[in-house]
Ligand binder design. Structure first.
Ligand code: SAM
Length: 317
């Protein structure tokens, strides 16, 4: 009796176990389906969201926003630090910037576009900002200074109407980027930077990148570079209150200067100066811009002007 009872109990417990396994199996079967359905449901519900993204216009967004969404791979970022690699995304982004953004904004000179394509802007941008290298905007480079917006670099270069054999003076080396673009077009570039730290880092960078036709000097570019004058063209990348007379003197007849004119907190004007003869100079206001101020003599002159006008006010009152 005891034995048959035990068998009955065993059978009963197995029945329970079997029924438990069956219930579990059925539960898994039915619970799996709703899970996958809900995932699809989420996908479906994302559909309109995705559409909203497209409508809000990744294509319609400014190039800045589009550029910020891309991320360089770590290996690329490392390569770019050595100054040797230009593969993958950086190249694609530069191509987009040059072929789409700059041309749409009106840059037409093929030589300028080729130079903008040839110079790897990410090499001139601090490591922590490199992801934004091919966004069309200026970026900080330290010492309170900036690397200029690519469109402005291309625009200023285009307006100089450069020839292969030209010798160009730049005031405001900064990162060395503008000088590098010029160096792809003309025979020799002479660039002056007033901040020693920037002069030194630009020098090291341009040497590392293999530019041999860029000549750098640390000092106040207000006075130009008389030993190397005359120049076919002059580009000033910091805003001054007036056109420095030494730059006009050091310009060849037939040459051009492009310079932002205006105060720090004012809307400045990008001015094209054309020297037709020693005493024959014309100016043309091209574009409202915002540049960092030209320091050194340009500001001393301003302070003197201010003192003089205050003196005049005092004496007249
Ligand atoms: N062209 C630079 C580039 O491609 O990175 C950007 C130049 S940043 C907008 C202006 C530069 O002009 C700064 O580096 C600043 O120190 C320099 N600068 C200002 N006043 C100057 C002066 N009197 N002589 C030479 N450089 C000057």
């Amino acid at each position: 009796m005891r034995a048959s009872n035990r068998i009955q109990r065993l059978f009963a417990s197995k029945k329970i176990a079997l029924s438990q396994i069956f219930v579990l199996f059925v539960f898994l079967l039915f619970s799996a389906a709703p899970m996958s359905t809900s995932a699809m449901g989420m996908g479906d519900s994302r559909g309109p969201g995705g559409e909203t993204d497209t409508q809000s216009g990744k294509a319609g967004q400014s190039s800045e926003q589009a550029g910020n969404q891309d991320n360089a791979s770590p290996s690329e970022a490392q390569d770019s630090q050595s100054g040797t690699s230009d593969n993958g995304e950086y190249r694609d982004r530069r191509e987009h910037l040059v072929q789409d953004v700059l041309t749409q904004k009106g840059i037409q000179d093929q030589t300028v576009l080729e130079a903008m394509m040839a110079v790897r802007r990410h090499e001139f941008v601090p490591e922590q900002r490199r992801d934004s290298s091919y966004v069309d905007r200026s970026l900080p480079i330290g010492h309170g200074q900036t690397i200029s917006q690519p469109y402005i670099v291309a625009f200023m270069t285009e307006k100089l109407g450069l020839e292969e054999d030209d010798r160009v003076l730049e005031v405001g080396t900064g990162s060395g980027y503008q000088a590098a673009v010029l160096a792809k077009i003309v025979k020799d570039v002479y660039s002056i930077e007033i901040i020693e730290g920037l002069h030194e880092s630009a020098e090291a960078r341009l040497r590392r990148l293999g530019y041999t036709n860029i000549h750098l000097r640390q000092g106040d570019g207000y006075f130009g570079w008389p030993e190397q004058a005359p120049f076919d063209a002059v580009i000033v990348t910091a805003a001054a209150g007036h056109i420095p007379p030494p730059l006009v003197e050091q310009l060849k007849a037939g040459g051009r200067i492009i310079i932002p004119i205006g105060g720090t907190y004012e809307v400045q004007s990008l001015v094209l100066v054309e020297k037709h003869g020693p005493e024959d100079v014309t100016t043309d206001h091209l574009l409202p811009v915002r540049f960092v101020p030209m320091t050194g003599q340009a500001q001393k002159g301003k302070a003197q002007e201010k003192q003089t006008s205050e003196g005049k006010k005092d004496s007249s009152s």
